[in-house]
Unconditional design. Sequence first.
Lengths: 281, 357
Amino acid sequence: MYSRTYRRLVSVPPILWVALFLLFPYALMFAHGFWSVRDGAIVHSWNFANYATLLQNPLYWQVLLRTARIALSVTLLSILLGYPLAYFLSFHGGPRKELLYQLVIVPLWVSYLVRGYAWKTILGSEGVLNGFLHYLHITREPLPALLYSPFAVVIMLTHIYTPFVFLPIYASLEHIPRPLIEASHDLGASARTTFLRIILPLSLPGLLAGATFAFVLSLGDFLAPLLVGGPSGTMIANIVQSLFGAAYDWPLGAAISVCILLFTLAILSFSERLEKRWSFE
Amino acid sequence: MTTASSIPDRAAPDRTLLELRAVGKRFGAREVLKTVSLEIASGEFLTLLGESGSGKTTLLRLIAGFEQPTAGEIWMHGTRLDALPPYRRRVNTVFQHYALFPHLKVRENIAYGLEAAGTPKAEIAVRVREALAMVRMQEYAAAKPAKLSGGQQQRVALARALVNRPELLLLDEPLSALDANLRKQMQSELKSLQREVGITFLFVTHDQEEAMALSDRIALLRNGTLEQVASPREIYARPATAYTARFIGQTNLLEARVETGVATGLDFSFPCALSDGPALFSLRPEAISLIDDTRQPANPIRFSANVREQTYSGATELLELQTANGAILRARVPSTGPLSGTHSFVFCADDAIPVRE
């Protein structure tokens, strides 16, 4: 249908794009991981010293573990908030379904930074939440742990990623043919049994996609810990950022990035395989 | 099914199973059903027949419990059915597109209702096996529904409903998604299955031929009201209204005026038992024959007409006739070979059935 020249020509931009903005940077990062820094300059001598440091220094392990813990908490909380919301909207949204759907999506259009600063004013020691608790005489002194803690990071990231979890779950619930629900009731199953045996299994692919979103995006986040995390809420991306910035240790930063990248890819491929097993079309 | 003990008693055919008492349903301002009253006998195969929008599917959904009536009551065996949620009714449904659970195997689909009822595991296994055998799907027990053809999915849907031994099985246009040949085959399977299990079938269709072939009785719905409820033979031979006569089979509608026992139309006069006034008669095409046929009816009404068109369909052919006064009539006669010009025809006055508008 199309000429050979045409087909060759249209394939140039994507190939160029992938090579220039994906393969080349990744290769560069990968290479940096095997180099080192001496007297403020990068030395191109190939060795495994950076990876050895990562294995031996418990600091990196602790931060990585905390990062995974935060990402996991965010994922679970986002599901706990997003699934019931999606369920309610899909099955009991009524005539206002579209409007409610838009309302859930709207926060996605608000700048990440604005939301971060909003949480600062809410969680701060002079903030809205502490003021409110004080007003109700629940607390006498402002709670210091609200801001600049892993807790604050989890709260902020949950707020940001719940719509990402909500969306695929909502889509998978909307895809369930309603006669299946009626058939389940018709066969004598209660609402609870119907949910557990029909609705939940059929929405698992969406649930999995949402969970993967929330986990992977939280795992690499560095703005939330920067804004509301404080020293105790530092995550692995902050370490990478400081290694590439103030510490000027690009090779070690690159080595950590490679580890995170591999970890993320492993999660993605695992999730994809599960999703394939759970989809029924 | 192999266990005779499970089959409801078929010996008492007159026992009323389901009773609709002036049931009505409106969706907002739209009245879909208007005071429908109907009794369904135990063991009966009753078909709700009607055009799309006539309310037949709504009526089925009211009985299944997916919708609530806005007027009237539904009773089954002396209990008020419309007060119960769907999962408490001893009614099962075969859905239009089967609604098999895509993530469950055929076996698990069929076991679903028994598991929901808390049936012991050993009994579930036996009954699922029986149900699979009943619809001849044993070898597909471990397959997922997506791997099955339309006809096979249909059988699984039937087995999934019947395994629960409902008192009433609702079937919502279950054959409409199948191609013509398969539909014919499934029709006869359905009929013999119903005889075998003796469960009352309430069948919804818009296909009058299907309704005729399957039913003990047909309930014809029109715009949310029952037009006529009768056996297929009765409803065909004695349609109560012009709508019924036209909807079930083909017919000629003759307008006439009755005076002292004689109906006089444009082209014919014939005796009838109606009181004086305007009247409408239904005359089936096959009631009209060519004069030179050997068959000579009693009370013959003769007329001549011009053969305008002839459609051959094997054993019979359909003629479109124009009478001297310009009226168009259709006649179905045994195949005679090509006809043209004016011929003489005859019908029996008793075959002109008076119908309401």
